[in-house]
Ligand binder design. Structure first.
Ligand SMILES: Nc1ncnc2c1ncn2[C@@H]1O[C@H](COP(=O)(O)OP(=O)(O)O)[C@@H](O)[C@H]1O
Ligand SMILES: [Mg+2]
Length: 347
Protein backbone atom coordinates (compact mmCIF):
# COMPACT_ATOMS: atom_id res chain seq x y z
CA UNK A 1 0.00 0.00 0.00
CA UNK A 2 1.15 3.51 -0.76
CA UNK A 3 2.54 5.36 2.26
CA UNK A 4 2.72 8.79 0.68
CA UNK A 5 0.55 9.37 -2.36
CA UNK A 6 0.71 12.47 -4.55
CA UNK A 7 -2.14 12.85 -7.04
CA UNK A 8 -2.17 15.63 -9.62
CA UNK A 9 -0.30 18.04 -7.32
CA UNK A 10 -0.17 21.59 -8.71
CA UNK A 11 1.27 24.88 -7.55
CA UNK A 12 0.91 28.37 -8.99
CA UNK A 13 2.97 31.42 -8.08
CA UNK A 14 0.68 34.11 -9.51
CA UNK A 15 0.29 33.15 -13.17
CA UNK A 16 3.36 30.91 -13.10
CA UNK A 17 2.49 27.21 -12.92
CA UNK A 18 5.55 25.97 -11.04
CA UNK A 19 4.29 22.41 -10.38
CA UNK A 20 2.22 21.02 -13.23
CA UNK A 21 0.42 17.94 -11.93
CA UNK A 22 2.65 15.48 -10.13
CA UNK A 23 1.59 11.87 -9.54
CA UNK A 24 3.87 9.82 -7.33
CA UNK A 25 3.53 6.86 -5.00
CA UNK A 26 6.09 6.37 -2.23
CA UNK A 27 6.32 3.21 -0.13
CA UNK A 28 7.10 3.11 3.56
CA UNK A 29 10.85 3.12 4.24
CA UNK A 30 11.81 4.24 0.75
CA UNK A 31 14.60 6.74 0.15
CA UNK A 32 13.33 8.95 -2.67
CA UNK A 33 15.47 11.63 -4.30
CA UNK A 34 14.05 14.54 -6.30
CA UNK A 35 16.71 15.66 -8.75
CA UNK A 36 16.71 18.17 -11.58
CA UNK A 37 18.23 21.43 -12.72
CA UNK A 38 17.91 24.61 -10.70
CA UNK A 39 14.40 26.09 -10.89
CA UNK A 40 12.65 22.86 -11.94
CA UNK A 41 10.46 22.85 -8.81
CA UNK A 42 12.23 20.45 -6.44
CA UNK A 43 12.07 22.69 -3.37
CA UNK A 44 8.52 23.77 -4.17
CA UNK A 45 7.35 20.17 -4.40
CA UNK A 46 9.06 19.33 -1.09
CA UNK A 47 7.53 22.41 0.55
CA UNK A 48 4.09 21.37 -0.70
CA UNK A 49 4.59 17.97 0.92
CA UNK A 50 5.86 19.63 4.11
CA UNK A 51 2.88 21.98 4.25
CA UNK A 52 5.07 25.10 3.98
CA UNK A 53 3.20 26.11 0.80
CA UNK A 54 -0.49 25.63 -0.01
CA UNK A 55 -1.36 22.98 -2.58
CA UNK A 56 -3.38 24.54 -5.44
CA UNK A 57 -4.54 21.33 -7.10
CA UNK A 58 -4.55 17.60 -6.48
CA UNK A 59 -4.30 15.66 -3.24
CA UNK A 60 -1.76 14.33 -0.77
CA UNK A 61 -2.29 11.24 1.38
CA UNK A 62 0.02 10.09 4.18
CA UNK A 63 -0.48 6.66 5.72
CA UNK A 64 -4.11 6.57 4.66
CA UNK A 65 -4.86 10.12 5.85
CA UNK A 66 -5.69 13.05 3.54
CA UNK A 67 -3.24 15.78 4.57
CA UNK A 68 -3.74 18.05 1.52
CA UNK A 69 -5.10 20.92 3.60
CA UNK A 70 -3.50 20.12 6.94
CA UNK A 71 -1.10 22.59 8.50
CA UNK A 72 2.55 21.64 8.58
CA UNK A 73 2.50 21.01 12.34
CA UNK A 74 -0.14 18.28 11.96
CA UNK A 75 1.53 16.40 9.12
CA UNK A 76 4.07 14.37 11.07
CA UNK A 77 6.97 15.28 8.77
CA UNK A 78 10.34 16.80 9.62
CA UNK A 79 12.35 18.96 7.27
CA UNK A 80 16.12 19.55 7.17
CA UNK A 81 17.22 22.56 5.15
CA UNK A 82 20.38 23.58 3.35
CA UNK A 83 20.87 26.37 5.88
CA UNK A 84 20.91 24.60 9.22
CA UNK A 85 18.79 27.27 10.91
CA UNK A 86 20.01 26.33 14.39
CA UNK A 87 19.32 28.64 17.34
CA UNK A 88 22.74 30.27 17.83
CA UNK A 89 22.40 30.98 21.56
CA UNK A 90 21.23 27.46 22.42
CA UNK A 91 23.45 24.44 23.04
CA UNK A 92 23.35 21.43 20.75
CA UNK A 93 21.26 19.65 23.37
CA UNK A 94 18.78 22.52 23.55
CA UNK A 95 18.60 22.79 19.76
CA UNK A 96 17.86 19.11 19.43
CA UNK A 97 15.31 19.01 22.26
CA UNK A 98 13.48 22.24 21.43
CA UNK A 99 10.56 20.78 19.46
CA UNK A 100 9.90 18.10 22.08
CA UNK A 101 10.02 20.66 24.87
CA UNK A 102 7.46 22.79 23.01
CA UNK A 103 5.31 19.69 22.69
CA UNK A 104 5.60 19.29 26.50
CA UNK A 105 7.16 15.85 26.30
CA UNK A 106 8.35 14.41 29.65
CA UNK A 107 11.93 15.70 30.23
CA UNK A 108 13.26 12.19 30.97
CA UNK A 109 11.98 10.99 27.59
CA UNK A 110 13.39 14.08 25.88
CA UNK A 111 16.81 13.32 27.35
CA UNK A 112 16.64 9.72 26.22
CA UNK A 113 15.65 10.68 22.67
CA UNK A 114 18.27 13.39 22.30
CA UNK A 115 21.00 11.14 23.67
CA UNK A 116 20.05 8.34 21.31
CA UNK A 117 20.06 10.70 18.31
CA UNK A 118 23.37 12.20 19.42
CA UNK A 119 24.91 8.74 19.65
CA UNK A 120 23.72 7.83 16.15
CA UNK A 121 25.17 11.08 14.76
CA UNK A 122 28.44 11.05 16.76
CA UNK A 123 27.46 14.21 18.59
CA UNK A 124 27.54 12.93 22.18
CA UNK A 125 30.63 14.91 23.14
CA UNK A 126 29.28 18.13 21.61
CA UNK A 127 25.92 18.36 23.38
CA UNK A 128 26.92 21.32 25.56
CA UNK A 129 28.49 23.37 22.74
CA UNK A 130 26.75 26.15 20.86
CA UNK A 131 26.52 26.03 17.03
CA UNK A 132 29.35 28.51 16.54
CA UNK A 133 31.71 26.09 18.29
CA UNK A 134 30.97 23.43 15.67
CA UNK A 135 32.19 22.75 12.12
CA UNK A 136 29.78 22.94 9.20
CA UNK A 137 29.46 19.18 9.09
CA UNK A 138 28.70 18.97 12.81
CA UNK A 139 26.06 21.70 12.49
CA UNK A 140 24.42 19.81 9.67
CA UNK A 141 24.36 16.70 11.87
CA UNK A 142 22.67 18.70 14.65
CA UNK A 143 20.04 19.82 12.14
CA UNK A 144 19.50 16.18 11.20
CA UNK A 145 19.43 15.21 14.90
CA UNK A 146 16.72 17.74 15.52
CA UNK A 147 14.63 15.97 12.89
CA UNK A 148 15.41 12.49 14.27
CA UNK A 149 14.24 13.23 17.83
CA UNK A 150 10.81 14.13 16.48
CA UNK A 151 10.51 10.60 15.03
CA UNK A 152 8.49 11.87 12.07
CA UNK A 153 6.70 9.64 9.59
CA UNK A 154 8.73 11.13 6.76
CA UNK A 155 12.08 12.93 6.68
CA UNK A 156 12.37 15.76 4.16
CA UNK A 157 15.80 17.07 3.13
CA UNK A 158 16.35 20.10 0.90
CA UNK A 159 19.92 20.13 -0.45
CA UNK A 160 21.33 19.49 3.04
CA UNK A 161 24.92 19.11 1.85
CA UNK A 162 25.22 22.12 -0.47
CA UNK A 163 27.00 24.28 2.10
CA UNK A 164 29.69 21.72 2.84
CA UNK A 165 33.02 21.40 1.06
CA UNK A 166 33.58 18.42 -1.23
CA UNK A 167 35.25 16.05 1.27
CA UNK A 168 32.71 16.71 4.01
CA UNK A 169 29.89 16.40 1.50
CA UNK A 170 31.06 12.91 0.60
CA UNK A 171 31.43 11.94 4.25
CA UNK A 172 28.03 13.33 5.31
CA UNK A 173 26.42 11.61 2.33
CA UNK A 174 27.70 8.29 3.64
CA UNK A 175 26.35 9.16 7.09
CA UNK A 176 22.92 9.96 5.70
CA UNK A 177 22.88 6.65 3.84
CA UNK A 178 23.83 4.81 7.06
CA UNK A 179 21.24 6.71 9.03
CA UNK A 180 18.56 5.66 6.58
CA UNK A 181 19.68 2.07 6.82
CA UNK A 182 19.56 2.19 10.64
CA UNK A 183 16.27 4.08 11.07
CA UNK A 184 14.52 2.76 7.98
CA UNK A 185 12.50 5.98 7.87
CA UNK A 186 10.74 7.11 4.71
CA UNK A 187 12.86 9.90 3.28
CA UNK A 188 12.50 12.45 0.50
CA UNK A 189 15.72 14.17 -0.41
CA UNK A 190 16.13 17.08 -2.84
CA UNK A 191 19.35 17.73 -4.70
CA UNK A 192 20.54 19.15 -8.02
CA UNK A 193 23.55 16.80 -7.80
CA UNK A 194 23.01 13.62 -9.78
CA UNK A 195 25.84 11.83 -7.95
CA UNK A 196 24.04 12.37 -4.62
CA UNK A 197 20.85 11.13 -6.25
CA UNK A 198 22.52 8.02 -7.65
CA UNK A 199 24.33 7.11 -4.43
CA UNK A 200 21.51 7.71 -1.93
CA UNK A 201 18.25 6.84 -3.63
CA UNK A 202 16.18 3.70 -3.70
CA UNK A 203 14.30 5.52 -6.46
CA UNK A 204 15.14 8.76 -8.21
CA UNK A 205 12.49 11.19 -9.48
CA UNK A 206 13.88 13.34 -12.29
CA UNK A 207 12.05 16.66 -12.49
CA UNK A 208 12.10 19.26 -15.23
CA UNK A 209 10.07 22.41 -15.48
CA UNK A 210 7.47 21.32 -12.91
CA UNK A 211 6.93 17.86 -14.36
CA UNK A 212 8.31 14.36 -13.76
CA UNK A 213 10.51 13.16 -16.63
CA UNK A 214 11.15 9.69 -15.21
CA UNK A 215 11.05 7.69 -11.97
CA UNK A 216 13.30 4.69 -11.42
CA UNK A 217 16.13 3.09 -9.50
CA UNK A 218 19.49 4.77 -10.13
CA UNK A 219 20.65 2.05 -12.51
CA UNK A 220 17.33 1.92 -14.35
CA UNK A 221 17.75 5.61 -15.12
CA UNK A 222 21.36 5.07 -16.15
CA UNK A 223 20.72 2.01 -18.30
CA UNK A 224 17.25 2.80 -19.63
CA UNK A 225 16.65 6.54 -19.71
CA UNK A 226 13.25 7.36 -21.22
CA UNK A 227 14.47 10.40 -23.07
CA UNK A 228 17.44 12.50 -23.96
CA UNK A 229 16.99 14.82 -20.99
CA UNK A 230 17.27 12.02 -18.42
CA UNK A 231 20.02 10.36 -20.46
CA UNK A 232 22.16 13.46 -20.27
CA UNK A 233 21.23 14.49 -16.73
CA UNK A 234 22.34 11.18 -15.18
CA UNK A 235 26.02 10.19 -15.48
CA UNK A 236 29.31 12.10 -15.68
CA UNK A 237 30.72 12.81 -18.14
CA UNK A 238 27.38 13.27 -19.88
CA UNK A 239 26.15 10.69 -22.33
CA UNK A 240 27.32 11.53 -25.85
CA UNK A 241 24.27 12.50 -27.90
CA UNK A 242 25.01 13.07 -31.56
CA UNK A 243 22.52 13.81 -34.38
CA UNK A 244 22.25 10.87 -36.77
CA UNK A 245 23.24 12.94 -39.79
CA UNK A 246 26.60 13.69 -38.18
CA UNK A 247 27.42 10.00 -37.90
CA UNK A 248 29.45 8.07 -40.44
CA UNK A 249 27.32 5.86 -42.70
CA UNK A 250 28.31 2.52 -41.07
CA UNK A 251 26.94 3.72 -37.73
CA UNK A 252 23.88 5.45 -39.22
CA UNK A 253 22.88 2.20 -40.89
CA UNK A 254 22.47 0.54 -37.52
CA UNK A 255 19.83 3.01 -36.36
CA UNK A 256 16.24 1.74 -35.99
CA UNK A 257 13.67 3.33 -38.32
CA UNK A 258 12.11 5.42 -35.55
CA UNK A 259 15.36 7.27 -34.99
CA UNK A 260 15.15 9.05 -38.36
CA UNK A 261 15.86 12.73 -37.76
CA UNK A 262 16.94 11.88 -34.22
CA UNK A 263 20.17 11.07 -32.46
CA UNK A 264 22.35 8.35 -31.02
CA UNK A 265 23.26 8.29 -27.33
CA UNK A 266 26.40 6.55 -26.13
CA UNK A 267 27.88 6.44 -22.65
CA UNK A 268 31.56 7.41 -22.63
CA UNK A 269 32.47 3.86 -21.53
CA UNK A 270 30.87 2.45 -24.68
CA UNK A 271 33.26 4.24 -27.02
CA UNK A 272 36.89 3.19 -27.27
CA UNK A 273 39.70 5.15 -28.90
CA UNK A 274 41.84 3.02 -31.24
CA UNK A 275 44.75 3.52 -33.59
CA UNK A 276 43.88 5.57 -36.62
CA UNK A 277 42.59 3.55 -39.58
CA UNK A 278 41.34 0.60 -37.54
CA UNK A 279 37.58 1.43 -37.63
CA UNK A 280 35.30 3.24 -40.14
CA UNK A 281 34.98 6.21 -37.75
CA UNK A 282 38.00 8.50 -37.93
CA UNK A 283 38.59 11.50 -35.69
CA UNK A 284 41.03 13.79 -34.00
CA UNK A 285 41.83 14.13 -30.30
CA UNK A 286 40.74 17.52 -28.91
CA UNK A 287 41.66 17.02 -25.28
CA UNK A 288 42.90 14.37 -22.87
CA UNK A 289 41.90 14.50 -19.19
CA UNK A 290 44.05 12.15 -17.12
CA UNK A 291 42.21 11.69 -13.81
CA UNK A 292 44.40 8.87 -12.52
CA UNK A 293 42.00 5.97 -12.20
CA UNK A 294 40.37 6.89 -15.48
CA UNK A 295 41.18 8.83 -18.61
CA UNK A 296 38.73 10.92 -20.60
CA UNK A 297 39.53 11.43 -24.28
CA UNK A 298 37.58 14.03 -26.27
CA UNK A 299 37.48 13.34 -30.00
CA UNK A 300 35.82 15.20 -32.89
CA UNK A 301 35.00 13.61 -36.23
CA UNK A 302 35.12 15.18 -39.72
CA UNK A 303 31.29 15.06 -39.75
CA UNK A 304 31.26 17.55 -36.88
CA UNK A 305 30.38 15.08 -34.12
CA UNK A 306 32.08 15.30 -30.73
CA UNK A 307 32.52 12.33 -28.44
CA UNK A 308 34.05 11.72 -25.05
CA UNK A 309 35.46 8.30 -24.31
CA UNK A 310 36.19 6.98 -20.84
CA UNK A 311 38.87 4.33 -20.37
CA UNK A 312 40.51 2.85 -17.29
CA UNK A 313 44.04 2.73 -18.62
CA UNK A 314 46.28 5.70 -19.22
CA UNK A 315 47.12 7.00 -22.66
CA UNK A 316 50.02 8.56 -24.52
CA UNK A 317 47.59 10.28 -26.91
CA UNK A 318 47.73 14.06 -27.16
CA UNK A 319 45.55 16.78 -28.61
CA UNK A 320 45.78 16.78 -32.41
CA UNK A 321 46.48 13.04 -32.76
CA UNK A 322 44.51 11.16 -35.42
CA UNK A 323 42.52 8.22 -34.01
CA UNK A 324 39.66 5.88 -34.79
CA UNK A 325 36.56 5.42 -32.66
CA UNK A 326 35.28 2.00 -31.81
CA UNK A 327 31.59 2.53 -31.15
CA UNK A 328 29.66 -0.26 -29.46
CA UNK A 329 26.31 0.23 -31.21
CA UNK A 330 24.77 -2.64 -29.24
CA UNK A 331 25.01 -0.30 -26.22
CA UNK A 332 23.54 2.66 -28.08
CA UNK A 333 20.41 4.56 -27.06
CA UNK A 334 18.45 5.84 -30.05
CA UNK A 335 16.33 8.98 -29.76
CA UNK A 336 13.63 10.20 -32.11
CA UNK A 337 13.43 13.79 -33.32
CA UNK A 338 11.56 14.80 -30.14
CA UNK A 339 14.25 13.30 -27.89
CA UNK A 340 12.22 10.27 -26.77
CA UNK A 341 13.82 6.87 -26.71
CA UNK A 342 12.87 4.79 -29.75
CA UNK A 343 11.08 1.61 -28.75
CA UNK A 344 12.73 -1.66 -29.74
CA UNK A 345 16.25 -0.37 -29.27
CA UNK A 346 18.99 -1.45 -31.58
CA UNK A 347 18.90 -2.33 -35.26
N1 LIG B 1 7.82 31.99 -3.39
C1 LIG B 1 7.89 32.00 -4.73
N2 LIG B 1 7.30 32.99 -5.43
C2 LIG B 1 7.35 33.00 -6.79
N3 LIG B 1 7.98 32.08 -7.54
C3 LIG B 1 8.59 31.07 -6.89
C4 LIG B 1 8.59 30.99 -5.45
N4 LIG B 1 9.27 29.88 -5.10
C5 LIG B 1 9.70 29.30 -6.24
N5 LIG B 1 9.29 30.01 -7.32
C6 LIG B 1 9.52 29.67 -8.73
O1 LIG B 1 9.10 28.34 -8.93
C7 LIG B 1 10.03 27.62 -9.73
C8 LIG B 1 10.59 26.43 -8.98
O2 LIG B 1 11.39 26.90 -7.92
P1 LIG B 1 12.11 25.91 -6.90
O3 LIG B 1 11.11 24.93 -6.42
O4 LIG B 1 12.76 26.75 -5.85
O5 LIG B 1 13.19 25.20 -7.81
P2 LIG B 1 14.41 24.23 -7.41
O6 LIG B 1 14.33 23.95 -5.95
O7 LIG B 1 14.22 23.02 -8.27
O8 LIG B 1 15.66 24.97 -7.79
C9 LIG B 1 11.07 28.63 -10.15
O9 LIG B 1 10.70 29.15 -11.40
C10 LIG B 1 10.99 29.68 -9.06
O10 LIG B 1 11.40 30.93 -9.56
MG1 LIG C 1 15.69 24.37 -4.39
Amino acid sequence: MAYLQLRGIEKFFGEHRAIKGIDLTIQQGEFIVFVGPSGCGKSTLLRLIAGLENIDGGSLMLDGRDITDQPSSKRDLAMVFQSYALYPHMSVYENMSFALKLAKVDPAIVREKVERAAAILNLTTYLERTPKELSGGQRQRVAIGRAIVRAPKVFLFDEPLSNLDAALRGQTRVEIAKLHRDLGATTIYVTHDQVEAMTLADRVVVLRDGLIEQVGTPLELYDRPANQFVAQFIGTPQMNVVPLQQLPAPVQQQAPAGAAGGAIGLRPENIAVRNTGTTPVGGQVDLVEALGAETLIYVSTPGGAQFVSRQNDRTSLRAGDAVSLDIDASQAHWFDAAGHVVAGQGA
